[in-house]
Structure formats: structure tokens, C-alpha cells
Write a protein that binds this ligand. Structure first.
Ligand code: ADP
Length: 489
């Protein structure tokens, strides 16, 4: 440990809000290190120097230029302001590999960049060098890597005799960073890794396995998902390995940034509100209806969905449910993703103008207005490691309607008669992955909405729940202390 006694932790990740974001990973990596610093951890972040990240940070100080396995890069340093006066120290890896604007992983047509394996191998090599104190005078007691993009980091550290401890967090097991054998050879990784008990996965090299096999501790972003991924149904072919490592695998629920997602201060809302001023939500509802071209009227149950339009998110369940819903239920969807889902949602909106509306694209401010304006928020996912949108919904008084999987099951309390009577209910939870089951859940919600008082009670119970980062950050801090070098044999 550093002389001051603060444990030094390097969080390495491929995205972090507000610098670059494609999904929940960015929200987590943007908020967790600041919450850790508030707990006295010397947490620092390493991110690729994408143009968007460079543009958002100034001043940027070059620290060192060097090369690893023939790939040249410069390490830059900046501070990212948090809320209040706190600053998060950020290192940026500047390299031609990360100089393309736009999405960090894909070209404009949605295809993965073919050199992603080389890009993120370089990122992991640089992260290892930084953590080991080979680039600057700061070094890490623990590295915390996230998802396949940083999977090689625990593996690279493992070949060192004196190394920091390592924690690897699975935000989504379905994305694994699989590399064809020819491309893997070009990366000049240890040959011994190409075996099934190391990084090999059915003839290819799996970057996520670097984390799953070699990290000292594995975490995932909800307790339920930690159990699910040990089963064939949710394990994406890795359930055997995860069962084998179950002794070091745990679930730590994601928190949310309660400053950025605060309905009492949110600049994206037409009217701010809190639990004492719920009627102000009607102003947001009208603004949202108008923004989406829906009929502007207070009565109908207005449903919202915001998310990546991929199979995981259950967009097909929503499409199948549409015909089963009463004509006075309105729906507003915001999302980007698969062309087939985009086309299907556009067709559904065209078929029901004024009632079903779809906005294709990524729009952070509109995502906030949806949370503040809809009556109920849909998350019909086939699987969901944690899910953040239902947590934002709870905080914004939008009643979540979710499938009973992963973090959705861990964070939403179903409006069963017993839970309603006990004042515990916060949403509507359904089991089956079908349009009929989703429609039945919406109808159940509609009954409660029309009854008014149980609905208001659910809104208030959801808004009172604490989903800030403090508890979860403390759980990560405790894990870091378990794996820091002095506590290893
Ligand atoms: P995932 O990480 O699987 O995408 P999460 O629910 O954990 O799902 O996080 C999604 C995050 O991305 C949330 O902050 C959500 O508001 C945001 N988001 C997703 N799609 C969009 C979009 N089209 N426009 C704005 N924000 C979006």
C-alpha cells in the first residue's frame, strides 16, 4: 500500500460517463470511482483516449510516450470533475488505435471494428504496465477490470511475480471478445493461454476468459445474475467455468448516480419534482406526449422504454404485446440498435399514430424526460445483469414493469396483494418471456393505475428506496482489501 495507507485502485474500462457511453457500463464506471474516493480509496480510471473523451477533458497532460509489442502510445493525465469539488484522476491511452470518432466498438453501419482484439490487447498491456508502476510513479495495489475489453488485464498480471490484486466485473456475459485463431496469433499472447482451461473457447481465443480464469475475485452486477450465470440457460457457454470459480464469484448490485439522476434538479425535465410534488409529473407527461407526437391528454397510461435495441432487451415481446393492449394505453420508445428492431418499431408506430411512438437514436436528455414523464417504464429483458433504467424509473416515480430476471428481480418488488398491503410494492414483475405475459403485466398495472391510490403508494415506495452507490462502493472496497498483495500468500 501507499505510504499514506490509502489503497490504490486502477479501474480500467472501455467507457465511462460522461466521457463516452454506449450503455450501463459507462454509468457504473463513471460513478463508482468517485464513490470509492469518498470512502478514502485512491481510485483512478484508465480509459482509451477516444476523441470524445479528449474533447471533454482539459487540460490534458502527456506523461510518457512508449511502445509495447511494437504498438506506440502516449499516456495522458486529466481530472474529471465529479459533483461538488471532487476530482477523479483519469489516465487516457492515446494511440492511433483509439483515434476514430463515434462508437467505441463499431463503425457507422454497426459492424465491430476488425482490429478490436488488437486495440483492446494494447489497452490491457498499457493498463498492466501502469498498474505495475512501469509508466509513472503511481502504481496500483489492485486493478479492477470490466467486461471483455479488459479481460486480458488479469491474465497479463498473472504472469508477473510481484503484482497487484485483481477484480474482474462481468457487466454482460453475452459479449465475450472472441478472436479467430489467425488473428489471435498476431497478438503475440502467451501460447500457453490457448488451452481450454485458460483462454481458448471452442477453437477461438476468448478475451473475457482472461478475467474469468485469472482474476482473484469475480463479481457481477447483481446477486441474482451471479446465480443465473452458473446455469446453462444464462451461462453463455461459460457456466461450467463460473461454477468452478463460484468460491470467488459474488454479486454486487449497481448503484446509480443520484445527482445526475435527480428529479428535483434535472435540467432535462419540463418540471422538476420530488415525492411531495408528484402532480408536477403531469407537466412532463404532456411535454413527452407532445415531443413524441402522442395525443396530449392526461388520462391514458403512458408507457416508456429506453434501451439498446438488441435481442436481450425483449423488444420483440413489446411488439407482440402491442395488439393485446387496450387502445387507450400509450407507448413511447427511445432506442438505437439492430436495424430489424428499428424497422419493426417504426412500422408499429406508423400503424398506431398518436398511441405508439418511436424515436430512433441515442438521446441522453430525452431519456431523462421519459423517466420523468411516463407513468410506467418497461424493461421486458430476456436477461438483465443489473439494469439501470428500472432504478432511474423508481427514483423518478415511473412504476417499473419488468421481467423476473437478474437485477430486475433483485430491485423491483411486485405488486402482489401481500406486497401492496404491506406497502412494499414498487412495480409489476412478470415471469414468462412472451408478449402475452408482458401484456398481462401491463393490464395488471393499468388496474392499479386506474385505482389511483395503490399507484401513488407504489410511486412513493419506489422513490424512497436508496439506490445510491455508497453501500455497493463499500462492498467493492472490502473486496479490494481482500486481494491486495499483502493479504495474498
Ligand atoms: P445496458 O448496459 O445493457 O445497455 P442498462 O440498463 O444497464 O443497460 O444501462 C443502459 C443505460 O444507457 C441507461 O443509462 C439508459 O438510460 C441509457 N440508454 C440506452 N439507450 C439509450 C438511448 N437510445 N438514448 C439515451 N440513453 C440510452
Amino acid at each position: 500500500m501507499s505510504s499514506g495507507g490509502r489503497i490504490r485502485v486502477l479501474l480500467a474500462a472501455s467507457e465511462a460517463y460522461p466521457l463516452i457511453k454506449t450503455g450501463g457500463l459507462a454509468d457504473v464506471v463513471g460513478a463508482l470511482p468517485l464513490a470509492l474516493r469518498r470512502l478514502g480509496v485512491d481510485a483512478r480510471l484508465l480509459l482509451p483516449a477516444y476523441p470524445a473523451a479528449r474533447a471533454a477533458l482539459s487540460p490534458l497532460r502527456p506523461l510518457v510516450t512508449t511502445a509495447l509489442h511494437g504498438a506506440q502510445f502516449t499516456l495522458l493525465r486529466a481530472d474529471l470533475p465529479g459533483q461538488g469539488r471532487e476530482l477523479l484522476p483519469v489516465y487516457l491511452l492515446e494511440s492511433s488505435a483509439f483515434s476514430r470518432p463515434g462508437d467505441p466498438y463499431r463503425d457507422d453501419s454497426g459492424r465491430d471494428w476488425p482490429d478490436n482484439p488488437a486495440r483492446f490487447t494494447l489497452f490491457c498491456r498499457a493498463a498492466a504496465a501502469l498498474a505495475l508502476g512501469r509508466l509513472v510513479s503511481w502504481q496500483a495495489d489492485v486493478v479492477h477490470a470490466h467486461d471483455w475489453q479488459t479481460g486480458l488485464l488479469p491474465a497479463l498480471l498473472n504472469v508477473e511475480t510481484k503484482r497487484p490484486g485483481s477484480v474482474f466485473t462481468i457487466h454482460n456475459l453475452a459479449y465475450q471478445g472472441l478472436i479467430e485463431p489467425g488473428a489471435a496469433a498476431a497478438l503475440m499472447l502467451p501460447e500457453a493461454w490457448m488451452s481450454a482451461d485458460k483462454l481458448e473457447f471452442y477453437g477461438r481465443l476468448s478475451m473475457i476468459k482472461g478475467g474469468l480464469v485469472f482474476a482473484d475475485r469475480l463479481t457481477t452486477v447483481s446477486p441474482r445474475y451471479a446465480e443465473e450465470i452458473k446455469t446453462e440457460a444464462f451461462g453463455c457457454g461459460l457456466d461450467g467455468l463460473l461454477r468452478h470459480r463460484s468460491g470467488v464469484l459474488s454479486g454486487i448490485l449497481n448503484g446509480i448516480d443520484t445527482e445526475i439522476w435527480n428529479p428535483a434538479k434535472d435540467p432535462a425535465l419540463a418540471a422538476t419534482f420530488d415525492a411531495t410534488s408528484l402532480p408536477a409529473r403531469a407537466i412532463n407527461k404532456a411535454a413527452l406526449q407532445s415531443e413524441f407526437g402522442l395525443r396530449v391528454t392526461p388520462e391514458p397510461l403512458l408507457l416508456g422504454l429506453v434501451g439498446r435495441l438488441v435481442e436481450q432487451k425483449g423488444v420483440d415481446l413489446l411488439l407482440a404485446a402491442l395488439d393485446l393492449l387496450p387502445a387507450d394505453v400509450q407507448i413511447a420508445v427511445l432506442g438505437s440498435g439492430d436495424a430489424s428492431h428499428v424497422a419493426a418499431l417504426q412500422a408499429a408506430a406508423a400503424a398506431a399514430p398518436g398511441r405508439v411512438a418511436f424515436r430512433a437514436g441515442y438521446d441522453e436528455a430525452l431519456a431523462h424526460l421519459i423517466q420523468g414523464g411516463v407513468d410506467a417504464f418497461l424493461v421486458p429483458s430476456r436477461f438483465e445483469p443489473c439494469g439501470l433504467t428500472q432504478l432511474y424509473a423508481l427514483r423518478y416515480g415511473a412504476v417499473p414493469i419488468v421481467r423476473a430476471v437478474g437485477g430486475l428481480a433483485d430491485t423491483v418488488v411486485d405488486a402482489s396483494p401481500a406486497n401492496l398491503a404491506a406497502g412494499r410494492a414498487t412495480g409489476v414483475v412478470f415471469d414468462e418471456a412472451s408478449g402475452a405475459a408482458l401484456a398481462a403485466a401491463v393490464l395488471r398495472a393499468l388496474g392499479l393505475y386506474r385505482a389511483a391510490e395503490p399507484w401513488r403508494q407504489m410511486q412513493l415506495t419506489g422513490m424512497a428506496a436508496d439506490h445510491g452507490w455508497e453501500t455497493s462502493a463499500a462492498a467493492y472496497r472490502d473486496l479490494y482489501h481482500e486481494v491486495r498483495p499483502t493479504s495474498r500468500p
